[in-house]
Design a protein around this ligand. Structure first.
Ligand SMILES: [Zn+2]
Length: 156
């Protein structure tokens, strides 16, 4: 281990890079196993067809979730692992604004992430945790605004 403290942000980042490289090299095997494990596709030739077709949206989502979850395919907050519930979350919030700027939605967003070699700042969340996070960020913003108003009233 290059870093003693596993929670060191550099350690997390380096671990993510390692997983990402591993993923890129072993993409087909990983996707094949995952698809079979979840019983998403039961027929072997169909799995191969899906996996060999890079444009397919299902694979694109699977791949993006796989990269950002370090291969665990789980929500980082609660461990939810059902693929339809999972999506990519902007760690610092502002995801919607970002997507609007890029005019991206759904699959196009996944495609954009892949084209940009999976940039940092994103993580995998389930729909529930995404709501919880949105709520938390919203109330944090309200608190900051309130704090500024209180300071303004005090004339600070
Ligand atoms: Zn969750």
């Amino acid at each position: 281990m290059p870093y003693k403290n596993k929670l060191d942000p550099r350690a997390i980042e380096s671990s993510r890079r390692r997983h990402q490289n591993y993923y890129v090299r072993n993409r087909k095997t990983i996707l094949y196993n995952k698809a079979a494990e979840w019983g998403l596709i039961d027929d072997e030739s169909r799995i191969n067809k899906y996996i060999n077709n890079d444009k397919h949206r299902f694979i694109l989502k699977l791949e993006t979730i796989c990269v950002y979850s370090n291969g665990t395919m789980k929500c980082v907050m609660c461990g939810e692992h059902k693929l339809p519930c999972l999506s990519i979350d902007h760690i610092y919030g502002g995801g919607n604004k970002h997507r609007r700027e890029l005019r991206l939605a759904g699959v196009d967003f996944y495609r954009w992430l892949r084209k940009n070699e999976y940039p940092d700042g994103y993580r995998v969340l389930c729909a529930n945790c995404q709501c919880v996070e949105a709520e938390r960020i919203q109330s944090a913003k309200v608190n900051v605004r309130r704090g500024m108003q209180v300071r303004a009233r005090k004339g600070e």
